[in-house]
Each structure stands twice: as C-alpha cells, then as structure tokens.
Design a protein around this ligand. Structure first.
Ligand code: PHB
Length: 397
C-alpha cells in the first residue's frame, strides 16, 4: 500500500481514473472549461487501443465527437446506419430511423474511437498516464480527495485533487468510496451470454440484423468491407474455444433462417456475459462515477458507450459550475439527472434483450408471446418510433 505521508503529492483539479471514452472525453470537456486534470489508466496505450468492444454511436455521440475532434474518423472509418432489421418468422422487418425520428447511428468500433481520443488528448498536452495501478481513493470530506497508487515503474503515486472521477469500468476501484462496497448496486443476471466472432468475410447485410429464431438470438454486425462481427446466444459457461468453425457457422446460419451468411475464417472468438447493473450511489461528496463504473447494460440495446458519454456531458457541466463558479447545485443534481437517462437505457436494453432471446425455461406460450410483441413493434408506427428513438438516442443534456 502506498504511504500517503512520505510520497511527494501531485496536484490537479480533477483526477480521472480510467482512459476509456468517458475519461478521455471528460478531460477534454474540462480543458475547454479551463479545468486541468490528470487521467490515469492501469492499461498500456496499446492495450486500450486493441480491446475489442461494441461499436454503435448514437447520433448525439457522433455529433459530440465531431465537435470536439476535427480529426475524428467517425465519418471515414465509421459508417452511418439509417436502420436496423428485426428478423423473426423467417423474414426481416426494417426499422427506418430517419423517417421515424430524423436521426441515424454510426457503426464505429470503440477501439477506433479510443485511437482518435488518445491522439486528441495527447496532442493537446493532456497529463495522461498509462500503467498506473490505483490502490485506493480517500475522501475525508476536506474537499481534497486523494488518489493513491503505483506508477508504471512501481514507484508510489499520490494525487491531491479537488474532485475524483471513477471512469474505470465495471471492476471500478473508485466505486467502493462512493457506494460503500464494490458490489453496492441494483443487479440483474441473465441466463445466457453471446458467443461473438470476428471473421474475414464480406458483409452479409448492409445493416445490423437482430434475429429472434426458434434456436435463439443472433446479431449480424459489421466491422469493415473485409471483417465482420457476429454473435449468437449461448450458455454463459460456454468455452469460446470449444466449437469448430463449422459448428459456429451452423449455429449462426440456423439463427437467421431465410438468409445466407457469407462465411470466412474466424479470427477471434469470445463469450460476453450479460448483466444489468446500476450502482446505489453515483456520487459521494467529491467523488463521482461515470460509465461502466456506475452501470452496465446488456449489449442488445447498443447503449454502453453512449450512456457513458451522456454521464460525462452532465458531469463536466456540473464540475464547471462547482470548480469555476463555486455553484454546487449541478453537482448535487448530477446523480438524479444521470439516473433518469440510465434507467431509461436499462429498460431499453432489458426490453430488446428479453424480446429477442429465449430463456432456457421458455414455454411455447413464451415464444408465441414474443412473436406477438415483435409484431406489435414492427406493425405499428408508434412501436417502431419508440425503438428508433431509444436506439438512436435521447437528446443529451
Ligand atoms: C457490435 O457491432 O459489436 C455490436 C453492435 C450492436 C450491438 C452490440 C454489438 O447491439
């Protein structure tokens, strides 16, 4: 453990733990308000830039990236998607976003977003430190929370800040200071997971296909003209190495009946666990949580990164009021404002998940009811509009 009395203490206004999309965008928005920050992350830059995550950006998220980063590649490497296909009963039912809600989404994988944001922040001279292990955060109520840990070379590090932000993901080390325990939150586990692959093949569809089939769920997504991302529902204990390539293709093809997927070599496999989580508290005194440190959503609603960025937009505004104008009202309201959106996103992610997956104990009644639910969405403009509004994203603060 770092001895905070003998180590030289570094000073900043906001200490941000985690250099993911939330932490990096927060450092940018704070810099715009003239507030300096130090960002630390336990991973190396290479690890951050190569972790494969999901990749749908809501319209507002894409607009924010364009505003803060003139060099963003969201429109060159990323692709605009004007709809998704809900697949059931052997056919596709397209939800057209622009005609329903006047918005679109962008398929731009998170690791590409991170390459842009790291270049942006390092180019602007951001104090950004990789390989830093945070051991603890102390907030004694003095208005100067401390972050204590180890630098990449093992030497002790203590940061004295006016505010600490936990943007350090679902296994957050900052969370216990805010909630009183590392688990403290509302949980839901799901009895299934996603078997995900990256494969070298041409796209099988222009848009994402979310399929409910008698065999279970599948999602046909894309990455580039040469590489595709696909998932199918599996048991949470599944071993990603177990099935042969042929078995994986058979499972995928069977879950999108009526379409033929373009197959190719599988270059990566993973099993994604599903859970919904919201921390009991998002802020205590001068420490706040954003992104996966504060909440987790199952990936079916494509909300994860967008929700993290929506938190940060609210928190940046609140920190500007607190640290520049000494106005505490927005920071006092941060949790309630963020939670209003978080619970809508929790509901949407749960709804898409429950409508499209089959649970191990599902009866014939349950399957037929799900098809009724899907028809209620695709055969109703109101139903389609609800889905399009939530998927493309509610307005930011
Ligand atoms: C992905 O492309 O990885 C992806 C897209 C949409 C989702 C989840 C994952 O809902």
């Amino acid at each position: 453990m770092t001895d905070t009395t003998s180590t030289r203490t570094e000073r900043t206004r906001v200490a941000i733990v985690g250099a993911g999309p939330a932490g990096l965008i927060l450092s940018h928005l704070l810099a715009e308000a003239g507030i300096d920050s130090i960002v630390v992350d336990s991973r190396s830059r290479e690890q951050i830039e190569s972790t494969i995550r999901a990749g749908i950006l809501e319209q507002n998220t894409a607009d924010l990236l364009r505003r803060i980063d003139p060099a963003t590649r969201v429109d060159t490497v990323g692709h605009r998607h004007d709809g998704i296909e809900l697949w059931f009963g052997g056919e596709g039912h397209r939800i057209d976003f622009p005609s329903l809600v006047g918005r679109s989404v962008w398929l731009y994988p998170q690791h590409e977003v991170l390459k842009d944001l790291l270049a942006l922040r390092l180019g602007a001279g951001q104090d950004l430190r990789f390989g830093v292990t945070v051991e603890r955060v102390d907030d004694d109520g003095s208005g100067h929370p401390l972050v204590a840990g180890r630098n990449a070379d093992g030497s002790p590090l203590v940061i004295d800040a006016d505010f600490v932000v936990g943007a350090d993901g679902s296994r957050s080390v900052v969370r216990p200071v805010v909630t009183g325990s590392s688990a403290g939150g509302y949980f839901r586990e799901y009895p299934f997971a996603w078997f995900g692959i990256l494969c070298e093949a041409p796209p099988s569809s222009d848009e994402l296909i979310y399929s409910n089939s008698p065999e279970g769920f599948a999602l046909i997504s894309q990455r580039s003209p040469e590489v595709q991302r696909m998932y199918y529902q599996c048991d949470p204990t599944a071993d990603p190495a177990a099935p042969s390539d042929a078995e994986v293709w058979e499972a995928l093809q069977a879950r999108v009946p009526g379409t033929t997927l373009n197959e190719g070599p599988i270059i990566q496999r993973d099993v994604l666990r599903f859970r919904s989580f919201v921390a009991h508290e998002l802020r205590r005194d001068r420490v706040a949580l954003v992104g996966d440190a504060a909440h987790t959503v199952p990936p079916t609603g494509a909300k994860g990164m967008n929700l993290a960025i929506a938190d940060v937009v609210l928190l940046a505004e609140a920190l500007r009021a607190l640290l520049v104008e000494r106005d505490e009202r927005l920071i006092d309201g941060y949790a309630d404002r963020a939670l209003a959106r978080i619970w809508k996103a929790q509901h949407f992610s749960w709804w898409m998940t429950s409508m499209l997956h089959s649970t191990p104990d599902a009866s014939d009644f349950d399957h037929r009811r799900q098809l009724g639910e899907l028809r209620s969405v695709v055969e109703s403009e109101a139903g389609q509009t609800y889905l399009a509004e939530a998927y493309t994203g509610w307005p930011l603060a």
